[in-house]
Design a protein around this ligand. Structure first.
Ligand SMILES: Cc1cc2nc3c(=O)[nH]c(=O)nc-3n(C[C@H](O)[C@H](O)[C@H](O)COP(=O)(O)OP(=O)(O)OC[C@H]3O[C@@H](n4cnc5c(N)ncnc54)[C@H](O)[C@@H]3O)c2cc1C
Length: 398
């Protein structure tokens, strides 16, 4: 029977470990971080200043603990053109995770005002599909801090199932080196500890995975994208938008999306003072950025290109128009700095891995946001889960 090491327990790692465990394969999952209460996930952010600030967390469950619960298909056509067909996997996931928009009871006044205003200025905004259980969710605006009520799907759900099917999960154990024998994979090292394996699947995220690949002699770490975003916001007194479900609606533009979004960074950038979080209404502008960044051994570089700046400007002007129509004082509108919550592309399919996600090292696979071929410009977790399902099924056949 095959022995498999999975490195990382975020979207890709938890999903592929669970899939393999269902097939009775021996899996050991090594995770750099430790387990925490979901409500404390905000303590595990280890953001990177790469010019554009990159957001990610290091803990059991990875960055899935701080998602807004958005569950959309991304990159499907592009992956299709690369020979990666995910229709069945997407359908299975949407059923398993009960993906659907939240009921009306979970839409607050701020979101509804934005949706109405968008429609008035000619933009059609739909309810966002979510993997949030409405019976457990009491809107509190804390999605990206870590859900205090466990109402949102995260990799922890999959890790529980994986553990029940025999996966050994070892926390506080970063993979520090890939080990090969005669050019084939033979295991990994976590500091001084060696773990032997027939197959290794790197799922350490789009920053750490390429570093491990480069240290093993593979060319990875180029073509970093991050789905750069800003939040535009201003004053609408007593709207209490900060307590609503984040990103509960979606407008899809050409190369960017708009979504209702509160950011505490808005307050600190207001020119007029005396306003509180309860008085801010905001929208996220998230773009499909160019894959112009890179991950090096000690640093990450991600600058905005003129293409990116153009898209951010276009989306921000629309967001400003919608917010003004919704009742925000236009003289109060400000924007956060550019940030990125979806780093990916650093071990892209067709570049660093083949369409079965295998590298040039026999038996070494990658299954995380690194393999995405280009910026999704929208939430990528569902796509990463679909890729993990497909990889699990493939590994079961070889
Ligand atoms: C605030 C925020 C909100 C978001 N909201 C959404 C959303 O609503 N919907 C959506 O689809 N996406 C969302 N995303 C993006 C999504 O969370 C990520 O794209 C996704 O989690 C990436 O999956 P991954 O497997 O590549 O990496 P991660 O989920 O980050 O997992 C990587 C794991 O590897 C571990 N690790 C790192 N190095 C090592 C090592 N050397 N050895 C072992 N383990 C290691 C990390 O601790 C982590 O557990 C959001 C992101 C942020 C920051």
């Amino acid at each position: 029977m095959k022995n498999v090491i999975v490195a990382g327990s975020g979207a890709g790692g938890a999903a592929v470990a669970r899939e393999l465990a269902f097939s009775g394969i021996n899996v050991t999952l090594l995770e750099k971080g430790s387990s925490i209460l979901t409500g404390n996930a905000h303590l595990c952010y280890d953001n990177i200043d790469a010019s554009v600030e990159l957001l990610k967390t290091t803990c059991l469950g990875g960055t899935t603990l701080v998602t807004a619960g958005n569950a959309v298909r991304t990159c499907q056509d592009e992956l299709e053109s690369l020979g990666v067909h995910l229709e069945n996997e997407f359908q299975e996931l949407e059923d398993e995770l009960n993906v659907s928009p939240l009921p009306d009871s979970h839409f607050g006044e701020g979101t509804l005002k934005i949706m109405d205003a968008a429609s008035s200025v000619g933009l059609s905004m739909d309810k966002m599909p979510k993997f949030i259980n409405p019976r457990e969710c009491i809107p509190c605006g804390k999605c990206s801090f870590g859900c205090p009520r466990n109402a949102k799907w995260s990799s922890l759900n999959y890790l529980d199932e994986a553990r029940n099917f025999g996966v050994e999960i070892i926390e506080n154990s970063p993979v520090t080196r890939i080990v090969t024998t005669d050019g084939d994979i033979s295991g990994v090292k976590s500091h001084d500890q060696k773990y032997t394996a027939d197959l290794v699947i790197l799922c350490a995220g789009a920053v750490e995975t390429p570093r491990l690949l480069c240290a093993a002699g593979l060319a990875a770490g180029e073509q970093l994208f991050v789905d750069t975003f800003v939040t535009v916001g201003g004053v609408l007194n007593d709207i209490n938008f900060h307590k609503e479900v984040a990103m509960n609606a979606l407008y899809e533009g050409d190369g960017f999306i708009l979504s209702p979004h509160y950011s505490s960074l808005i307050n600190s950038r207001m020119i007029k003072s005396g306003f509180h979080e309860k008085d801010i209404l905001g929208m996220m502008v998230k773009i499909k950025d160019e894959a112009s960044g890179c991950v090096k051994d000690k640093k990450v570089i991600k600058n905005n290109t003129s293409h990116d700046v153009g898209l951010i400007a276009e989306g921000s002007s629309l967001a400003g128009a919608v917010l003004t129509e919704a009742g925000v004082d236009p003289s109060s509108l400000v924007s956060t700095p550019a940030r990125g919550a979806h780093p990916g592309g650093t071990a892209a399919i067709g570049e660093v891995v083949d369409n079965n996600l295998e590298t040039e090292i026999n038996g070494l696979f990658v299954c995380d946001a690194s393999v995405l071929p280009s910026a999704p410009g929208a939430p990528p977790v569902l796509t990463i889960l679909a890729l993990a399902k497909r990889l699990g099924q493939y590994l079961n056949t070889i």
